[in-house]
Design a protein around this ligand. Sequence first.
Ligand SMILES: NC(=O)c1ccc[n+]([C@@H]2O[C@H](COP(=O)([O-])OP(=O)(O)OC[C@H]3O[C@@H](n4cnc5c(N)ncnc54)[C@H](O)[C@@H]3O)[C@@H](O)[C@H]2O)c1
Length: 340
Amino acid sequence: MENQIKKIVFITGSSGFIGYHLAMFFLSNDWKVVGLDALTDYYDVKLKKARQKNLCENSNFHNYEGFIQDTKILNKIFLDHKPNIVIHLAAQAGVRYSIENPMSYVETNLLGTFQILEIARKYKPEHLLMASTSSVYGSNKDYPLHENQKCDTPISFYAATKLSNEAMAHSYSHLYEIPVTMFRFFTVYGPWGRPDMALFKFTKNIFLGEPIDVYNRGNMLRDFTYVEDLVKAIFLLTSKEPKKINERKEIIKNDNISAVAPFRVVNIGNSNPINLLDFIKELENILGKEAKKNFLSMQDGDIEKTHSDINLLISLTGFEPKTNIHEGIRQFVKWYKSYY
Ligand SMILES: NC(=O)c1ccc[n+]([C@@H]2O[C@H](COP(=O)([O-])OP(=O)(O)OC[C@H]3O[C@@H](n4cnc5c(N)ncnc54)[C@H](O)[C@@H]3O)[C@@H](O)[C@H]2O)c1
C-alpha cells in the first residue's frame, strides 16, 4: 500500500547540492516535493542534471526548470500545488566568484529572493525558510558565533547579499505576518557536493596527482557540517515556525525571535572547528595518497575561522549535528569514486 502524503514543500535550488539532499529527505518522509531550479552554469550542469534525474524517479517529486525571478513560473507552482512550506535555497553561492561577477548575485540573491518574498506575501505559506550563511558574521571574532551578535561587517559581496536577504525577509515577516526562519549554514560538505568547494577540488587534484591550493598557508579553521546532519536539522525546523507576537506562549532558550515579527535566525553547524591542514590530512589518509600542496596567502573576502554556536538549534529541535570529518569525508570519497 502507498504511504499517505503528509504535506507539500516547495524547494528552490532543488538540483543544487543541499536542495537535492533536502528534497530526498522530504521524499523519504512521504512529503510531496515541488522543486524549482534554473540549472545555472556556475558549475558543472551535468552534475545538477544527474541530481535532478534521481529526484524525478520519485513520483512524489514535481520538477520545474526556471528562474526564481520568473513570477509566471512561481505563480504556476503555487496555483498547481499550494505548498504548505517554502524552503528557499536557490542562490548564486560562493565567496570568491562574487568578486568576479557581482551582478549574478544581484540578479539571483537580491531580485530573485525579492520575488520569493512577494509570492509568499500573495499565497501565505505556513512557514518560509531561507538560506543565509556563516559569511554574514564577517569580521566578527567573538567565538562561537551566535545569532544575537551584531552582523554589520560583511567582507564579501556574497555575504552582503545574504545579509540583505535577512533584512528583506524581516521586513516582509513584519509587514505581512509571514513566519520566517533564516538559516545560517556553516561550510556544508558531503556526497554530491559542489565542484567549486575545497573538498571536491582537493579530492579531484589528489587523484590526478596535481597540486592543491592551500590558502592562508593552511592557517584556517572551518566548522564543517555534514550534509545529512544539515538536512535533518532543516526538516526538524520546518515545524518550528516563529510565532506571531500575540500567539507567543513559551520562551525558548537562546532565542533571537524578533520583537516585531514572526522571524528568527538559526545557525546550523557542527560547532567543532577543524584546522584546514587536519582536514587535508584526513582526506589524504582516506585516499591513501599525499597531496602536493601549493601554499598561498589569504584570499580576498575569505574568513580565517568559523565556529557556530548551535544552542538555539538544539533548544528548538533537540538535534545536534555530530557526524565527524572522518565519516563525512569517507562518504564523500565513496560517492566521488562511484560517480566519476
Ligand atoms: N554549501 C555551503 O557550504 C553553504 C554554506 C552557506 C550557505 N549556503 C547557501 O545554501 C544554499 C544552497 O547552497 P548549495 O551549496 O546547495 O549551492 P548550489 O549552487 O549547489 O545550489 C544552488 C542551486 O540554485 C540554482 N540557482 C541559482 N540561481 C538560480 C535562479 N536565479 N533561479 C533558480 N535557480 C537558481 C542553481 O542552479 C543551483 O542548483 C544557497 O543559498 C547558499 O548560499 C551554502
